[in-house]
Design a binder for this molecule. Sequence first.
Ligand SMILES: N[C@@H](CCC(=O)N[C@@H](CS)C(=O)NCC(=O)O)C(=O)O
Length: 200
Amino acid sequence: MSAPTLVTLIGADYSVYSRICRLALHLKGLPHEFEMLDVFAEDGPARARQAGHPFGKIPVLRHGDLTLFETLAITRYIDETFDGPALQPTDPAGRARMNQIISIVDTSAYPVLVWGLHVPKSESREPDPGMLDKGRAVLDVLEALTQGPWLCGTMPTLADAYLAACMDYILESAAGNHVANHCPRIQDWWSRAKALPDVD
Ligand SMILES: N[C@@H](CCC(=O)N[C@@H](CS)C(=O)NCC(=O)O)C(=O)O
């Protein structure tokens, strides 16, 4: 019998979306190779295009003849192709709650908390007016949705990978103390999730 084809993830350790994929690979218990591609280097976007990402971004996943981009497609492929713990609830309501959190991270937490608050702080710039209020509102919604002990209940899902991958950036941002002061469920979840590998 031939050895199973190893999955290769192309990305960067600082990249939220690469971390999401690595967390999914870890939670699935799937051995894989990791190829570093610094997308912010001068030749980064060109290399990412060459690696198979038409928008010149990361991550990219390779498995045999298959090349995939877009983190949701990659993480669902990982979950649905390989043996290991299921990373998506099977009941429609549970799966919808997971997808809700994923969508919130994609469309709100990443642009508002990471790019709108963390990046300006790391560059000693003021965030755009209103960004901190927006960030706090996103955190309040995530707090209300957190079930515990994991975001969607008893087992980690893709939602946990999505939020865990950007949590250290959120905590370092100007909205970090909102988590400490107003988000006890997220804090309790983070005490567990931060022990996962590749979260920072
Ligand atoms: N929708 C994409 C987003 C990927 C993405 O934004 N990746 C970032 C790194 S975390 C990137 O490549 N940024 C470089 C750029 O936008 O030029 C996904 O889900 O994979």
